[in-house]
Ligand binder design. Structure first.
Ligand code: DQA
Length: 142
């Protein structure tokens, strides 16, 4: 099973950005962990990150080409980017939405997700572990 893990805006500075909220792992460390979990689950994962919304949209389009499922954490775009929702709707594959922090228990503006109704699985507030749960969920849909 092929899964793309698409991290969005500001997730490149993980580990340095509010570690009390987002954890102390760098993006590289998080991705290494994701690759280990994927190997255990016998999934073929590709991790990607960008700070550019149009590039994220293109990453979603790329996923339509041969990827079976996606794990997405679009960062702040989650709360307002209808372009990203449209792109993920176009992909039409099972989706798992991950947020390191508990967005449902933070500022009001973080409580809304443009991905509502589109994702098969959503996990918030579990840090890196959320990505493992998302992969495990998607792996059992195959
Ligand atoms: C985030 C939550 C978003 O509200 C925030 O803008 C992020 C990270 C998370 O993983 O907790 O950049 O998606």
């Amino acid at each position: 099973m092929r899964i793309d893990v698409l991290n969005g805006v500001n997730l490149d500075v993980l580990g340095r950005r509010e570690p009390a909220v987002y954890g102390s792992l760098s993006l590289g460390e998080l991705e290494s962990q994701i690759y280990r979990w994927a190997a255990d689950l016998e999934c073929n994962v590709r991790c990607r990150q960008t700070n550019h919304e149009g590039e994220y949209v293109e990453m979603c389009h790329d996923a339509a080409d041969g990827v079976d499922a996606l794990v997405v954490n679009p960062g702040a775009w989650t709360h307002y980017s209808w372009a990203i929702r449209d792109a993920l709707e176009y992909v039409g594959r099972p989706l798992a939405e991950v947020h390191l922090s508990n967005v449902d228990d933070r500022e009001q503006w973080r409580r809304h997700s443009v991905l509502d109704g589109l994702v098969a699985f959503r996990v918030v507030g579990k840090g890196a572990e959320g990505y493992r749960e998302a992969l495990a969920f998607l792996a059992q849909t195959r």
